[in-house]
Design a protein around this ligand. Structure first.
Ligand code: SAJ
Length: 434
């Protein structure tokens, strides 16, 4: 441990980052920028080649920073997992999606553990960052490694910790470097080494007493969002039933300087974190015969929002004596949230698919997303023009990207359904809001 601590302190330790996506690449570039030599690992030879050419593909990383790190010889990437043995510290940032029936899919973690069983060596620090159910680090990473190395003792020969990633894609203020980092190890020595490693590039670092504690910190954070967004969605339905404006109420409630954080209704819950991470905890608790009612109910409310929006569109068209079937609907925004180009789990796609299945002619404009797959067809983003807007029976705002001319939408669209309150501040037009 002492030797590794000294090499971390002196920035001589070779850092490995496994998984070079929206979490791993910013972390790898950050370590390089702080003076460490970093070896990135990915299954994609295309990603590895792009990095080795100094070519960036993650919006939250600055192109020039990546190029500078690569040109300085501080950052390189490989698909050769045998080189895991060269690294002294390894941060594992691979995806943890859900399977078809919302059960955890640990296949990416398991694939890394298979390689670690071959190439991990005594003296290394291994930190899992992927969001997962409580107990994963101990049961799915530490235990299999020890089984392969019965001579090892964790905290003496190998050091293992969990540290939740907290990347908020497109957040203009909080990046990897200035987002507080939580670390929890299998033993105090593991925690201390993980604390030392991350404290060299991130401030502050907060230590907790175990890997399971660190795993649950992340699940609390994201379940908190999931449940509160579900409440905002149900509250929107209550407000529509009562004939009051949910957005006005949330704005007024936000004047309370303590004890309230605003969450907003929307067409559903997208992204590869908030809809998914709580299901990891729900799955674990069901297995322990202690189902989480809050997560189950919140998931039902959030998953029901796309259908609720489709019904709102049908009602709005009906007021104009227009049938949904055969109507032309222009959708504004398909990304899962504002100002990102990511459509993974995007509720907009669920809404568009259901409208299309019911016979509507669907088109879209999204300044961040040039094309999508919908119902097996490739669709391209329309240019937002007055003619495009006027040519539609209804304009449906599904993502509230900045930089869209919402006044032009209000002036030229015959009818707008706004699920994000993006049209606030515009004048004129016929607008129905969630
Ligand atoms: N959403 C609402 N209403 C809200 C907030 C969000 O409908 O009031 C929707 C968004 O449109 C989106 C989904 O929920 O579809 C998730 O939104 P998000 O703001 O939680 O964004 P993510 O999933 O990209 O990032 C989150 C991080 N967000 C913030 O902290 C603001 C954070 O929870 C995690 O660091 C990250 O997921 C993660 O990796 O877990």
């Amino acid at each position: 441990m002492k030797q590794l601590a000294e090499r971390i302190e002196s920035r001589e330790a070779l850092i490995g980052v496994v998984g070079l996506g929206y979490v791993g690449l910013p972390l790898a570039e950050l370590f390089a920028r702080k003076g460490y030599k970093v070896l990135g690992f990915d299954v994609s030879s295309e990603r590895a080649a792009m990095i080795n050419r100094g070519k960036n593909y993650i919006d939250d990383v600055r192109d020039e920073d990546l190029k500078q790190a690569v040109d300085a010889g501080l950052l390189s990437a490989t698909t050769d997992m045998s080189r895991l043995a060269e690294c002294e510290c390894l941060s594992i940032c691979v995806p943890t999606p859900l399977g078809k029936t919302k059960e955890p899919d640990l296949s990416y973690i398991h694939a890394v553990v298979v390689e670690l069983k071959k190439y991990a060596r005594a003296g290394q620090l291994l930190v899992l960052e992927s969001t997962t159910y409580p107990g994963t680090t101990d049961d799915e990473m530490a235990a299999p490694l020890l089984a392969g190395h019965p001579e090892w003792e964790i905290g003496r020969d190998i050091f293992i910790a969990f540290s939740p990633e907290r990347v908020d894609p497109s957040n203009p203020v909080y990046k990897t470097e200035n987002t507080p980092k939580v670390v929890g190890g299998c033993t105090p020595a593991c925690t201390e080494l993980a604390r030392l490693l991350y404290s060299k590039v991130i401030s502050p670092v907060h230590t907790v007493s175990s890997t399971m504690t660190a795993e649950l910190v992340k699940l609390l954070e994201n379940t908190y969002r999931n449940v509160n967004i579900a409440w905002a969605n149900e509250f929107a339905m209550i407000c529509r039933k009562l004939g009051v404006d949910v957005w006005e109420i949330i704005q007024a409630a936000s004047t309370k300087p303590f004890g309230f954080q605003a969450f907003y209704p929307g067409p559903g819950l997208g992204g590869h974190c908030i809809p998914i991470d709580p299901q990891y905890l729900a799955w674990k608790m069901r297995a322990l015969n202690f189902p989480s009612r809050m997560i189950e109910v919140s998931d039902q409310v959030n998953s029901g929002m796309p259908h609720y929006v489709v019904h709102l569109v049908m009602e709005t068209l009906n007021e104009q004596a227009i049938a949904l079937k055969g109507s032309n609907i222009a959708c504004l925004g398909v990304a899962y949230k504002a100002n990102v180009d990511d459509v993974r789990e995007s509720p907009a796609l669920d809404v568009m698919y259901e409208l299309q299945k019911r016979g509507a002619n669907i088109s879209f404009h999204d300044p961040f997303v040039p094309s999508i797959q919908l119902g097996g067809q490739t669709m391209s983003s329309h240019v937002l023009t007055p003619d495009y807007l006027a040519g539609s029976d209804l304009v449906l705002v599904l993502t509230n990207h900045d930089g869209v001319d919402y006044q032009m939408v209000a002036s030229h669209a015959r009818q707008v359904v706004d699920t994000r309150n993006a049209m606030r501040g515009t004048s004129g037009g016929s607008i129905v809001r969630l």
